[in-house]
Design a protein around this ligand. Structure first.
Ligand code: HEC
Length: 110
């Protein structure tokens, strides 16, 4: 039951977003990111919209976030997460997919 509710919830949030975002979310779901993240709310990790807003206009952010998703780490969101680390995703998620995920996240800035 719980699994069904989660799947339904993810499907609904995908439906509410434009298609580029739906693709990003599908990839995030397939990569396991949504266990700890959502677009609008803090789960275990920070809300991705907050991540996008924090780095808005920061030219180095994309490379830094790609490195962070690959290697994991903590320290940038301690006030939000209480110091929980982001796990490393390389090599279990392909580099090209990590780049797509980070581009998607940064594209959520308002
Ligand atoms: C086990 C929980 C967990 C999972 C799964 C997870 N994250 Fe995170 N994520 C975190 C936490 C905790 C942080 C905050 C790290 C910090 O304080 O610097 C974070 C931070 C981030 C950030 C911001 C990093 C920064 O330095 O500002 C991005 C981008 C991100 N995650 C993307 C992803 C992507 C993409 C995936 C899937 C491939 C993913 N996360 C999976 C817990 C998770």
């Amino acid at each position: 039951m719980k699994v069904q509710a989660l799947v339904l919830g993810a499907a609904l949030s995908v439906a509410a977003l434009p298609s580029f975002a739906a693709e990003g979310l599908d990839l995030a779901k397939a990569s396991g990111c949504l266990a700890c993240h959502s677009v609008e709310k803090k789960v275990v990790g920070p809300a991705w919209q907050d991540v996008a807003n924090k780095y808005k206009g920061d030219a180095g952010a994309k490379a830094a976030l790609i490195a962070k998703v690959k290697a994991g780490g903590k320290g940038n969101w301690t006030a939000v997460t209480g110091g929980v680390p982001m796990p490393p995703y390389s090599p279990r998620v392909a580099d090209a997919d990590i780049e797509k995920l980070v581009t998607f996240v940064l594209g959520l800035a308002k």
